[in-house]
Write a protein that binds this ligand. Sequence first.
Ligand code: AMP
Ligand code: MG
Length: 316
Amino acid sequence: MGKVLSVTEAVDVLLQGQIVGLPTETVYGLGADATNESAVAQVFIAKNRPRFDPLIVHVPTLAAVREIAELSEAAEQLFLAFSPGPLTVVLPKKDTIPDLVTSGHPTVAVRIPAHPLMLSVLQSSGLYIAAPSANPFGFASPTTAQHVLDQLGNLISGVVDGGPCSIGIESTIVDMSSDAPKVLRLGGMALEQLERVLGPISTQLSSSNPNAPGMLTSHYNPGAPVELFNDREALLAALQLEDSDAIGILYWGETIAHASSFNLSEQRSDLEAACNLFKGLRLIGRAPVTRIYVHLLPEYGLGRAVNDRLQRAANK
Ligand code: AMP
Ligand code: MG
């Protein structure tokens, strides 16, 4: 049964080829030694994750990025600007990383995370750590150690408790493996910030993208059907027409008095809404509701990443 582990205990578990829950500033990861195929296989099994969905490899330094990937000048500039942080870069891979990690792709997704305990685990183990989000495939990502224990506790030896994630939404993924950079996943680093370094950048987010086989259009299942609203008035009007106790609402801005509801950010902050998103999806999903109404965020900053998750949650 999984329990809370110290950094030293987690390092021992990883060095023995087993898997462990680890805190990052984005979401909690389920970590394995990226060079140990049997450890990596345990990650896919515990998550029930399809083998075609590649894992992100976490490293502590730019020097370690070079040990696992071909680093172009432009990619190096990106790491220097934004790492450690919520940015994952897809690069041509080196042979140090087994094909199982990258689902057979010639590229590897690499991130230097900013969480101090994750950096300690990376530094004291000397490992490259393959870590997807520590949730069963298709469900909300974990943003506390307790979420990891609730969802995967009986399948892993334990989790390092690094407190609630400060960003709370997965990393932004940029493909730098060809001449034209592409955003493959919206996440904890805003597009506007990236564009300040890279210039205008195209996005390729759908499940039809062969380079991001894991970007499935349906994901983050909260347990009840989700309906999306672009404006608050429309959501409130729809609520009037229904037996409103059977409906949960996930919204932002001024408080709405309603039984099963969760306010992502009363202050209308995109950062706060991103940080609260998975907690909100979990709480509303657990409430006795048959449908969930959601007020989408404005499309700027992390609002885009939040809306992307909500749209996937609404897809059947
Ligand atoms: P998760 O670990 O759950 O945050 O998901 C990681 C995501 O990273 C996957 O679903 C893929 O979309 C993406 N990814 C990982 N490796 C690659 C790669 N080599 N090329 C493109 N996307 C990747
Ligand atoms: Mg995930």
